[in-house]
Design a protein around this ligand. Structure first.
Ligand code: HEM
Ligand code: HEM
Length: 232
C-alpha cells in the first residue's frame, strides 16, 4: 500500500520501507538497506519464495542458541519453583518466626532460592542477547493484533520473571514480609500470562501455521501450508 504522505514508501512496523525492494537486492537472504526509522541497523531479510520483507530491525531469522537454551531452562525452573514453593514457605517461617525445619525443608527451601536467582539471571541474559543479537521477525502473514498481543505477553512475562525473584531476594535479605507477600502475589499473573503465551505458541503452529514454534523448539519441523493465513 502506497503511503500518500511519503510517496514510494509503505509503512513498516515503526517506520517506512521502500515500496518495492531494489531488484538487485531482491534475492533471498539479502538485506535491504533503507527503512527510515530503522536506518541505524539493517531491516529484515527478504524472505525466500514470496520476496516479502519482514519489518524487523535485527535481520535475524532465528533465535540464538543461548536464547533457546535459556528459554527452556527457565520453563523447567519455573516448574521446579512451583513444586518446591511449599518448602520455601517452611524455610521462610523458620527464619521469620523461628519454626522448626527439617533437612528436606532446608535443602528444598534453598533450592527455591538458587533456582529463582537463576531465573532472574537467565531473564537478564536473554534480554541482553535480544538487545545485542535481535530476535526473529514476527510472521508478516499474521494479522497485526497477534504481534501486539505477543509483544504485550512477552513484556509481562519478562517483567514477572525479573520482578518476582527480585522481590523474593529482597524479602530474604531484609526479612520483610511485605516483599514476600508481593512476591507470592505475582504467581497467579505469571500462570495466566504463561497460559496465554502457550496458547499463542500453539495457535501459531497449528492455526496460523507459522514457523514461530519451530524456531523455539529444536528439531520441530515448521508446518507446511494449509493454515489460516492461506485463506487470505
Ligand atoms: C521466578 C522465580 C520464582 C518463582 C516463580 C517463585 C515462586 C514462589 C511461589 C509459588 C511461592 C509460594 C507461594 C505460596 O504458596 O504462598 C514462593 C514463596 C517464596 N519465595 Fe519464591 N519464587 C521465585 C524466586 C524466589 C527467589 C529468588 C527467592 C529469594 C529468596 C524467593 C523467596 C521466596 C520466599 C521467601 C517465599 C515465602 C513467602 C511466604 O511464605 O510468604 N523466591 N515463591
Ligand atoms: C512459564 C513458562 C514460559 C515462559 C516464562 C516463557 C517466556 C517467554 C518469553 C519472555 C519469550 C519472548 C522472547 C522474546 O521476545 O525475547 C518467549 C518466546 C517464546 N516462547 Fe515461551 N515461555 C514459557 C513457556 C513456553 C512454552 C511451554 C512454549 C511452547 C509451547 C513456549 C514457546 C515460545 C515460543 C514459540 C516463543 C517465540 C515467540 C515468538 O517468536 O514471538 N514458551 N517465551
Amino acid at each position: 500500500m502506497q503511503n500518500p504522505a511519503r510517496p514510494g514508501l509503505r509503512p513498516c512496523r515503526g517506520g517506512f520501507l521502500p515500496e518495492d525492494p531494489v531488484p538487485a537486492l531482491a534475492s533471498p537472504g539479502r538485506v535491504p538497506k533503507t527503512c527510515l526509522v530503522h536506518a541505524i541497523r539493517p531491516v529484515g531479510r527478504i524472505q525466500a519464495g514470496d520476496g516479502r520483507m519482514s519489518a524487523h530491525a535485527s535481520g535475524r531469522t532465528g533465535w540464538t542458541r543461548l536464547n533457546v537454551l535459556l528459554h527452556w531452562a527457565v520453563v523447567l525452573l519455573i516448574l521446579a519453583q512451583w513444586i518446591e514453593a511449599e518448602w520455601m514457605e517452611t524455610l521462610w517461617d523458620s527464619v521469620t518466626e523461628g519454626e522448626q525445619i527439617g533437612t528436606t525443608g532446608l535443602v528444598l527451601g534453598y533450592t527455591h532460592i538458587v533456582c529463582g536467582t537463576f531465573i532472574l539471571a537467565a531473564a537478564l541474559v536473554r534480554l541482553l542477547d535480544r538487545f545485542v543479537n535481535g530476535r526473529p521477525p514476527y510472521p508478516a502473514s499474521n494479522p497485526s493484533w497477534t504481534m501486539w498481543l505477543s509483544k504485550i505477553t512477552h513484556f509481562g512475562l519478562y517483567g514477572i520473571i525479573i520482578v518476582m525473584p527480585a522481590l523474593g531476594l529482597a524479602a530474604w535479605w531484609t526479612g520483610n514480609d511485605e516483599f514476600a507477600h508481593w512476591h507470592t502475589r505475582l504467581w497467579d499473573p505469571l500462570l495466566i500470562l504463561a497460559g496465554l503465551h502457550i496458547l499463542g505458541a500453539l495457535a501459531e503452529h497449528f492455526y496460523f501455521r507459522t514457523d514461530s514454534l519451530a524456531k523455539m523448539v529444536p528439531g520441530l519441523s515448521e508446518p507446511r501450508g494449509g493454515g489460516r493465513n492461506d485463506l487470505a
